[in-house]
Design a protein around this ligand. Sequence first.
Ligand SMILES: O=C(O)CCC(=O)C(=O)O
Ligand SMILES: [Fe+2]
Length: 444
Amino acid sequence: MQLIENLLSVNEAASALNCLRPETDEIQYGQYYAIGDNQSLIRLPRLMAFQASTNSCGDQPWYRCKIALVPQNNIVYTSWTPTVQKLKRVIEEMSGETWNLAHIIYYKDGQESMGLHSDCMLDLASGSKIAVVSLGVNRQMDLVKKQESTLDGPSQLQINLPGNSLFLLDEETNRHYVHGIKKEKSQIGERISIVFRHVLTYKTQNGKLYGNGLTYSTKQDIIQGETRRKMYKFAFTFFLALCLNWMFPFFSTNMFKLISGGIYWLSISLVIELVQQIIDADYVVPRGWAGFGLGVDPFRSDDLWSTLIVVYHGTTALAAQSILTHRQFLLPGDHLLDGTELAIRAGHIPGKVHIYTSPSIRYASLHVYSQVNSFKSPKIKKLYKVQIVLQCKQMPGTFKTQKETVGWGDKRICNTIPNEVIEHFTNRRSSVIPYRLLIRLENT
Ligand SMILES: O=C(O)CCC(=O)C(=O)O
Ligand SMILES: [Fe+2]
């Protein structure tokens, strides 16, 4: 912490104060709010304005402070105005540091204040200092050591911030102490503080954040991420439209019922349009899979959603189609619609007539169960791996559990479900009810 008095000449300080007063044109102050306990809006006892430099991409720095989270506070950073820019230059030349964002705060009298708080450090350049330039009357800043702090040093401090001074608040002090500007009992005049920060977070025109510690660290990353998402969406759409349009009658959504009632033929472009609507809904659960709700028999009397557990069944598009067409799982030995007999799949022990499921999506999506097929997106000519899993409800007490049967031994397959109980098997067809088709499309 450091206080530098007589930052400017007396005349310059007086003129700076005058230029930054609300009556002058330079700064358009606004009234901002906090959210109270009962969700009410609380008027903050001060006026504020925001300025910042843009980066080389033309984006503005962004500081994630509490007031920015209140929807009613429309915080807009404008470019530097002459007086603030001059103050910035003076303190940068004096300290050798740089700042790219400022909050300008107007306290009209001693009744206006700022409560005890720590400045949020998420967006600040590591090791950078928060610079507070004070103009106008002297105000007292209280610093109170946080309860959890293990730092040696005074538990409380009072610092006078006279007009025409610079106060530098370092990371360490901000981490261990809260600070605030307390109310004054005596009648005093106005004070303006200009709080400069060096932030490394930026906001794009469409409101996306990038920078230190964020999903996207540069603007380029955002563009790449969006391109990837677009390509994925295209591929997905074409996969559904070209390879899986048999399944549209099985969807539970009204729009599908609407268009598939009796008409099982859909034009590719209509399918694409519908699929895009689903994908835009971002219904991707579990992680990495896109889920499509399937129609469930409305006449079942058991309380499907509350008493049955969730399991997964890794399968092929063909088998999924067969399960959905027959409206239930089939057991080896059953006859399909075309009269052929369902055989025990190669690799499974003959004589074991069972339906296999797993509480683990990891296990169900192993390639022996959920066959990997490749799919070439016709539009972008890119090859993808496609897998299908049916998300199902299974009736407790109707199945047995056993350890994995894929030869992994003790090597853990799923983080949540132990290998010993990862496989369910049953011979009751109607105890497993598929309610969501999961599809995963991955780059090859
Ligand atoms: O007005 C002041 O001097 C304190 C401002 C402050 O602590 C803040 O804006 O976070
Ligand atoms: Fe602060």
